[in-house]
Design a protein around this ligand. Structure first.
Ligand code: NAD
Length: 509
């Protein structure tokens, strides 16, 4: 029996949700680009790609919105985001179900993704009253020096398939309270969720009343559409989330026209299991981080360094978890691992496993297709014991493969952890305070995220999110990430009657 006949048609369910959320049918039917569900393989919609003129028109319209929106007081801008958060709360179940159908996430992860959007709305509303600058000491008498933060302009957002809605909201909610409209190019694999979010945003804008038109727009298509956004002179910032290959193309193009880039690229995240680790907690942390989202998170755990003293106790437990985890239809209760996004991911996974075997790796389970013939690509996650960090271990394969290696010396393990081109997320499991502090010290993890007794995936929006090296260096969501969406001005005010020059320079006429 196929998955489709067991639970119901993904296409019919998606159509009903799109209708309920108010997405006009002409936006997702009749176009040349077919959208497939990774759950059942069904075609969910036929969207229309935006041509170059359409992208230019979207940016011009957003720029016109910017000229008005920048004058609206920031707390009032926050009110629009508050209303959007209300729309998300009301539509959470539907939008999450659409994330499941289009991106293949299990129900609780899809709901978590929408919850993350709601969380960033709340955060941005608070932020809208806290976009503060500094008063700085000036060397001149009767002077005051301060910095002020102003809206920047149109923000382009390019997003990946695996967080089809949350990544946009991290950027858009902050951009909107900072005074910037947003033009969004979602992944060509997940355009329907983007259209649904846009419809919810339009509802919020209508309730707001006097918001300028085109504060948020969606342009659809592949790489060329992203490039048109990247090259447009009226887009001063592009926040691009995706593979390192994408960032390598986008970064220099933006730099060539002195535009800002916020790059959130691939990761190759590691965890260290130290001698004092709580093994029950570690097992759960490792299992979720490595197998959750079917290994398709930028923060997925891909490399595990286990201390010699507990390797033989821990590995059998981990193998048992890999053998028993339920792989299957993400709509079904009890499923923990849903489908890969497409067959290309399976091919990449199998290539990496072949390379690992050639480099001396012992592949335990994994890699084989489960639930065959249902239209989706379902695989059991793979656990690979490697003799050393070589071959496919040093690159990101966007699939559920965990490479496990032994270590005996913590400083060496940290050095190995850092010895990959990517620098997104990392963890140590330990109850030894010296080890924990070393890990987060200047000579510890070199990643943008370094956790203790938590796996590397599943960040909260309150912290700045992003990574170093080939992960791109961008930071979004919490902390002071908002500064990326504003321009800073230093203002010096002379309230005296003389004109003392800085550094004691005299220029007497
Ligand atoms: P991808 O690079 O194939 O595509 C991402 C987006 O970039 C898509 O919208 C795509 O159309 C666009 N794009 C691709 N090439 C482009 C170009 N030259 N110019 C402009 N736009 C271009 O990535 P994917 O397969 O959708 O997602 C998986 C990757 O994303 C993984 O590497 C994962 O680690 C990464 N990712 C990173 C983060 C993060 O925050 N660091 C978050 C999610 C995903």
């Amino acid at each position: 029996m196929t998955l489709q006949s067991k639970i119901g048609s993904a296409a019919a369910d998606a159509a009903a949700i799109l209708e309920r959320l108010g997405v006009p049918a002409e936006r997702w039917t009749g176009g040349a680009r077919a959208v497939h569900s990774p759950v059942t393989g069904e075609t969910l919609g036929q969207v229309h790609d935006t041509d170059a003129a359409g992208v230019a028109a979207a940016v011009e319209a957003a720029h016109a919105a910017f000229l008005a929106w920048r004058n609206v007081p920031a707390p009032r801008r926050g009110e629009l985001v508050r209303l959007f958060g209300e729309e998300l709360r009301a539509a959470k179940t539907d939008l999450a179900a659409l994330v499941t159908l289009e991106a293949g996430k299990i129900v609780s992860e899809a709901q978590g993704e929408v919850q993350e959007m709601i969380d960033i709305c709340d955060y941005a509303v608070g932020l809208s009253r806290q976009l503060f600058g500094l008063t700085l000491a000036t060397e001149r008498p009767d002077h005051r020096m301060m910095e002020t933060w102003h809206p920047l302009g149109v923000v382009g957002v390019i997003s990946a398939f695996n967080f089809p809605v949350a990544v946009w909201s991290w950027n858009a909610c902050l951009a909107l309270v900072c005074g910037d409209p947003v033009v969004w190019k979602p992944s060509e694999k997940t355009p329907l969720t983007a259209l649904a979010v846009q419809a919810l945003f339009e509802r919020a804008a209508a309730r707001f009343g006097d918001a300028p038109a085109d504060l948020s727009t969606v342009v659809l298509g592949g790489r060329e559409v992203g490039e048109a956004l990247v090259d447009h002179p009226k887009v001063p910032l592009v926040s691009a989330t995706g593979s390192t290959a994408m960032g390598r193309a986008v970064g220099p193009r933006l730099a060539a026209r002195f535009a800002r880039s916020l790059l959130e690229l691939g990761g190759n995240n590691a965890a260290i299991v130290a001698p004092t680790a709580d093994l029950d907690l570690t097992l759960r942390g490792v299992a979720f981080a490595a197998m959750g989202t079917a290994g398709q998170r930028c923060t997925t755990l891909r490399r595990l360094f286990v201390h010699d003293s507990l390797y033989d106790a821990f590995l059998p437990r981990l193998k048992a978890a890999y053998g028993s985890v339920r792989v299957g239809d993400p709509r079904q209760a009890g499923t923990l691992v849903g489908p890969l996004i497409d067959e290309g991911s399976l091919a990449a996974m199998q290539r990496a496993l072949d390379e690992a075997r050639a480099a001396g790796g012992q592949v335990t389970g994994g890699g084989e297709v489960e639930v065959a013939g249902c239209g989706g690509t379902y695989v059991r996650p793979a656990l690979v014991e490697m003799p050393s960090q070589a071959g496919p271990v040093v690159r990101e394969t966007f699939a559920p493969i965990l490479y496990v290696m032994r270590y005996s010396d913590l400083e060496q393990a940290i050095a190995l952890q850092n010895d990959v081109p990517q620098g997104l997320s990392s963890s140590i499991f330990t109850n030894d305070i010296r080890e924990a502090e070393l890990f987060v010290s200047p000579r510890g993890s070199d990643c943008g995220i370094a956790n203790i007794n938590i796996g590397p995936s599943g960040a909260e929006i309150g912290g700045a999110f992003g990574g170093e090296k080939e992960t791109g260096g961008g930071r979004e969501a919490g902390s002071d990430s908002w500064k990326a969406y504003m321009r800073r001005a230093t203002n010096t005010v002379n309230y005296g009657r003389t004109l003392p020059l800085a550094q004691g320079v005299s220029f007497d006429l």
